[in-house]
Ligand binder design. Structure first.
Ligand code: PMM
Length: 264
């Protein structure tokens, strides 16, 4: 899954694809590089971010979804708002990626059920402004598993076909580096929920911390090789997909993992 953030302020690529024409071009480039799915988002969810007004999110996302879907791409819309999900699906989006797992907008699950599209249900505990205050766990792997199972049950109770649910541990969302590594090291506990698992480590701060030197954290664009390493390990551990900003190295990593698995 290649990321196109149509935002001025996302932590690693904010402003780069804010102009719709640039975002569309970026989406085409990611497909040419081997992305199977393009994730288009108009609201930054970096820690501390304020929410974007609905009209602005619609203005950012819908033209990009329409153009890329119209050109034959498989597009997911990264949104927590049912109005944006609805407009994006009408414009051709094939998947709804709701980082709140249906918690932010109580109407989301019923819409996804009605639209019959797959939905990414991510582990989330609250909006960006306060999410890091909720990064407290006794056993992060067991708690994320239990909360993801509960989110899945909620969307299924609203009518979503269980076969349409993709789960995501939500790396960095109410989680510190130690929590992220624990989740990555125990992906089998999450794939054990029986649904495809999406892993989105790309360029996140825990990688910057891993690669830090005396200048401080490695900046986001210096984290792509580490991202590809996570891709290889996640793929080998049975992840269904990875959400990344730079596609080529992760595409190759997926092929390596598949060949490795096939030879076992
Ligand atoms: N992370 C971000 C945005 N969208 N979607 C899913 N499913 N999982 C994630 O972990 C996730 C996401 C934040 O990263 P970005 O600002 O680079 O897009």
């Amino acid at each position: 899954m290649g990321v196109v953030n149509v935002t001025p302020d996302s932590f690693s690529d904010g402003g780069l694809w804010f102009d719709p024409a640039e975002a569309i071009e970026r989406g085409h480039a990611l497909i040419a590089q081997g992305a199977d799915l393009i994730d288009v988002g108009g609201e930054s969810t970096r820690p501390g971010a304020e929410r974007v007004p609905l009209d602005e999110e619609l203005r950012r996302v819908v033209p990009v979804v329409r153009e890329l879907s119209g050109a034959g791409a498989l597009v997911s819309v990264d949104t927590m708002r049912v109005e944006v999900a609805r407009a994006a699906v009408e414009a051709g989006a094939a998947v709804v990626n709701d980082v709140s797992g249906g918690l932010a907008d109580p109407a989301m699950a019923a819409f996804v059920a009605e639209a019959g599209v797959p939905v990414v249900v991510m582990h989330w505990r609250g909006h960006s402004r306060t999410m890091q205050d909720k990064a407290h766990y006794d056993d992060v792997v067991a708690e994320v598993r239990a909360e993801l199972a509960e989110r899945m049950d909620r969307v299924v109770a609203a009518g979503v076909d269980p076969e349409s649910v993709i789960l995501d541990p939500g790396l960095g969302f109410s989680k510190n580096a130690e929590h992220n590594w624990a989740l990555l090291a125990h992906l089998e506990v999450l794939t054990g929920l029986g649904r495809p698992l999406l892993v989105a480590a790309s360029r996140k701060t825990f990688l910057g911390r891993l690669l830090a030197d005396d200048q401080g954290l490695r900046p986001p664009r210096g984290r792509d090789d580490a991202t590809a390493a996570v891709t290889a390990l996640a793929a080998a551990a049975g992840a269904w997909g990875v959400r990344v900003h730079e596609v080529p190295a992760s595409r190759d990593a997926v092929l390596v993992a598949a060949a490795w698995q096939a030879a076992l």
